[in-house]
Design a protein around this ligand. Structure first.
Ligand SMILES: CC(C)(COP(=O)(O)OP(=O)(O)OC[C@H]1O[C@@H](n2cnc3c(N)ncnc32)[C@H](O)[C@@H]1OP(=O)(O)O)[C@@H](O)C(=O)NCCC(=O)NCCS
Length: 187
């Protein structure tokens, strides 16, 4: 496996062109997609023709250091979902977004926190990142809890994109959390 990062229980790797089925299956669970699309699965052809090619193009663009990474349990190798550590497409390389999408079977075991914590460490110590940010719906308590466990700071409220306005809780808007290298070093 082309390992990008290891934690105590997880191994993160770059996706390959053969991974469409993993992404399709992950996005087919309405519970996973609840605060992303209102539960609607991602169309398989969209994953094959747009999402996966974009993920692979990102590795080219950022030298394999930034992008979307598949996460597996080290014990047994099961795919548990993905993490993102990625700048905006035309944004500065030292400001990156943190994100996560895990299979329901993997929830509630601290995996999202464990993977994110390791990604913050890598970003700030190896990748020259100055600031990491994360955004989620105000009502996505699972996602916000991770940001808070990582000692990220609630920066501001954000509007919900128009294509997410029909999602349950959208009326409460979204939230953005941030952490700078200085804040991380002081932890
Ligand atoms: C959000 C998500 C990544 C959480 O993953 P996870 O591995 O279960 O998270 P962790 O186990 O690291 O939990 C972190 C903390 O949040 C809490 N938590 C997790 N899910 C929660 C929920 N639905 N509601 C309230 N708290 C929750 C945990 O109890 C834990 O706190 P604790 O250690 O004090 O008990 C996972 O549920 C998921 O992938 N959801 C679907 C995709 C998604 O919404 N991604 C975020 C989009 S911005």
């Amino acid at each position: 496996m082309d390992t990008y990062l290891e934690t105590e229980r997880l191994a993160l790797r770059r996706f390959t062109a053969d991974d469409a089925d993993l992404l399709i299956e992950l996005d087919s669970d309405p519970a996973v997609m609840r605060y992303l699309t209102g539960g609607r699965p991602t169309a398989p052809e969209l994953v094959r023709e747009r999402h996966l090619p974009n993920i692979l193009a990102g590795y080219e663009k950022w030298g394999g250091d930034l992008g979307l990474f598949a996460a597996h349990e080290k014990d047994g190798g099961a795919f548990i979902g993905w993490f993102i550590l990625r700048p905006e497409s035309n944004g500065p390389l030292d400001e990156v977004e943190l994100g996560y999408r895990l299979r329901q079977a993997a929830w509630g075991r601290g995996y999202a926190t464990e993977g994110s914590r390791a990604l913050l460490g890598k970003a700030f110590t190896e990748l020259g990142v100055r600031m990491v940010w994360a955004e989620t719906m105000t009502v996505n308590h699972g996602s916000r809890n991770i940001m808070e466990k990582l000692d990220m700071t609630l920066a501001n409220a954000i509007p919900i994109p128009s294509d997410m306005e029909m999602i349950e809780g959208a009326e409460h808007g979204g939230v953005r959390y941030e952490i700078t290298r200085e804040q991380w070093e002081q932890q």
